[in-house]
Write a protein that binds this ligand. Sequence first.
Ligand SMILES: [Fe+2]
Ligand SMILES: [Fe+2]
Length: 266
Amino acid sequence: MTIDVEAFAASARPVRFDDLDLANAFRDRPLMPETLRCLRYMHDIESHTVCYLRDLLLTESHRDPRITTFLTTWAWEEQWHGVALGKVLEAHGEVAGNERVSATRRALGVKDRLAPLLNTLGSVLARRDFVAVHMTWGALNEWSTQAGYARLAELDDHPVLVELLERIQRQEARHIAFYATEARERLAESPRARRLVRLALTRLWAPVGSGVVPKEETAFLVQHLLGGEGGDAWVKKLDQRLERLPGMEGMKLVQGEVQRWYAVAA
Ligand SMILES: [Fe+2]
Ligand SMILES: [Fe+2]
């Protein structure tokens, strides 16, 4: 199965939130402080997508017009996820949107300048198999993002939050379909790609956004959403999804990563 990227791009819409009256929906029943802390993280990372796009366009991935069509649309949909989550934060009297995004980007300092260089270097070393790394990494990030939204809605079942998060998850499912399909095809045809992707994920993968926000925020998010019995089921599901891709068997990557963040928090 190959995804029709033109149909994907043509069907893109900003996630709908104008009918949810986000400005007033939380007046009588505000969200829990833990939920808001997760939403700040999610807002910051969704809004950072365009910077990830900047780095990815410096790599081998930019040569494939199907991938650049996908990425253009992907970044646009993620941008609107950030905007929608910002409205939820603003409804709780918090600073969000451009003011918060500028502060997040300023705080990155030298890391922000190094990211394009590191991506370019990785791409030069991996050559055409870089695309397999990008697609597999993207699939895992989208799976874990979607799981994060689903879990957050389980933990704080405010009806308006649940509705918004379901709408966002439906768009994350579109992103998953592309990344996972592309990853599967590339991994299936190249033993070098399988070895390289496994190595890159084992050595370098961390939850999406962990390079952008302070460490304690990632540690909190991981514990809140993936800790305990309820979280454990999601961790298993994420590892199963990754391990269904060719060459990724038995990695238990997410399980190991969750344990690592528990140690950071301790
Ligand atoms: Fe998103
Ligand atoms: Fe996404």
